[in-house]
Design a binder for this molecule. Structure first.
Ligand code: FNR
Length: 392
């Protein structure tokens, strides 16, 4: 008897089998419905913050529609009954090519206000690593405790104070995170009309600052004890959040912060990828922040192939605009080692807590796996740029 390993696509059969017993999943299977229902579930200011992007949101929308420029070429009779979507990343074998992108305010997307913990629990249940943002409701140590056996990554917004940066990274190491993702595209906040219209920026109200408020280096900067004046502490945070002078000359310092795998997030140009790799980083994270920062016009997926080519054997994480299994397969074919998801899991969380996130991940993986099955791609190794046809 042959040993049959489950495929992610089997989730589809589970859904239909439950349907036979009259049980229907009450969570959506399309992004459009996920977003619409999250709209009803989340407070308006949180929804605006999550759903909104920079400027007229052209880039944010183009991030999604640009995937339509490619089509996967079907191949027949290749024996794709079993698919392998596992990847090797920094010496770890991961069951899926997915990551949960860092989402500051994910904490606020959960009904109980502890969405970072729910995301970590979803990572533990699904084996999909969480990249925990610097901006969390619960401190990184508490988030790490919920990750189970699934590796986690810590995302750092490099602050002005280098001692504070060092403290955050040391805490992430001590908590057991397996890599550090430094986000480079947010040293200045992008122009976000939806949030401007509501006059809403959650961190200025003191939300999602647990990593700072629990940090001895940060607390030493406060004139009054934190508990006496959270507003004042949030203003200190705003003045310390980012160093606008950070340049390539500082890469050696960033590298010196940790022996863990170091990734730079926001890399969209092949020369920047080369420079990062020259500076000793272990991974490139190609992203335009989901179109939330610069409304620059070029969808991130269009920039991925050149970045991946420049990166060569260095792993490339991709995010921005991934809404379906089809998008995941296309990003992998265009050179991503792993693909990260942003807004879709925030909405899954809003609707169903950690199980809502798991539902979103299972749906994305099932769709990706079934696409690979039907189009005859057995493993990610079979899936290169020649699997895609670029349409006019
Ligand atoms: C983000 N993103 C982000 N990135 C980061 O490095 N640190 C962070 O704290 C945040 N915070 C954040 C909040 C919200 C509400 C969103 C939607 C996004 C960007 C995120 O990691 C990722 O790049 C995008 O979400 C990917 O685009 P999609 O999948 O949302 O289109």
């Amino acid at each position: 008897m042959t040993n049959v390993t489950p495929n992610f696509g089997d989730f589809q059969l589970d859904v239909y089998m439950r349907g036979l017993s009259g049980v229907r999943d009450n969570l959506p299977f399309t992004y459009a419905e996920l977003e619409a229902r999250a709209h009803a579930a989340l407070p308006p200011d949180v929804m605006s913050y999550v759903a909104g992007g920079a400027g007229n949101e052209y880039t944010q929308n183009a991030n999604v529609t640009a995937f339509d420029r490619w089509g996967l070429i079907p191949r027949m009779l290749v024996g794709a009954a079993q698919r392998d979507l596992s990847i090797d990343l920094f010496g770890m074998t991961l069951p899926t090519p997915l990551l949960l992108a860092p989402v500051g305010v994910i904490g606020l997307c959960a009904q109980d206000g502890h969405g970072d913990l729910a995301t970590a629990r979803a990572a533990a249940k699904s084996g999909v690593p969480m990249v925990a943002s610097t901006l969390t409701v619960d401190p990184l140590e508490t988030v790490a405790e919920e990750l189970g056996d699934t590796p986690g990554f810590f995302q750092l917004y490099p602050p002005k104070d280098r001692e504070l940066a060092g403290s955050l990274v040391s805490r992430a190491e001590a908590a057991g995170f397996k890599g550090v993702v430094v986000t480079l595209d947010t040293w200045q906040l992008g122009w976000r009309p939806r949030d401007l219209g509501l006059g809403n920026f959650p961190q200025l109200q003191g939300h999602c600052l647990a990593n700072y408020f629990s940090d001895p280096v940060f607390r030493a900067k406060l004139a009054k004890p934190l508990e006496e004046d959270v507003r004042a502490a949030a203003l200190v945070w705003a003045s310390e959040f980012a160093d606008p002078t950070l340049s390539w000359d500082d890469l050696a310092w960033l590298r010196s912060l940790t022996d863990l795998p170091l990734l730079l997030k926001g890399i969209c140009h092949p020369d920047d990828a080369l420079r990062a790799i020259d500076g000793g980083v272990d991974g490139i994270y190609c992203s335009n922040h989901g179109g939330r920062q610069a409304n620059g016009g070029i969808p991130a997926i269009e920039l991925l192939p050149a970045v991946a080519e420049a990166a060569g054997s260095t792993p490339v994480i991709f995010d921005s605009g991934v809404r379906s299994g089809e998008h995941i397969v296309k990003a992998l074919a265009l050179g991503a080692t792993a693909v990260a998801i942003g807004r879709p899991y925030a909405y899954g969380l809003a609707l169903g807590g950690d199980d809502g996130i798991v539902h979103v991940l299972k749906s994305l993986l099932a769709e990706a796996d079934l696409l690979m099955a039907i189009d005859g791609y057995r493993s990610l190794a079979d899936l290169g740029p020649d699997a895609l046809l670029r349409r006019a």
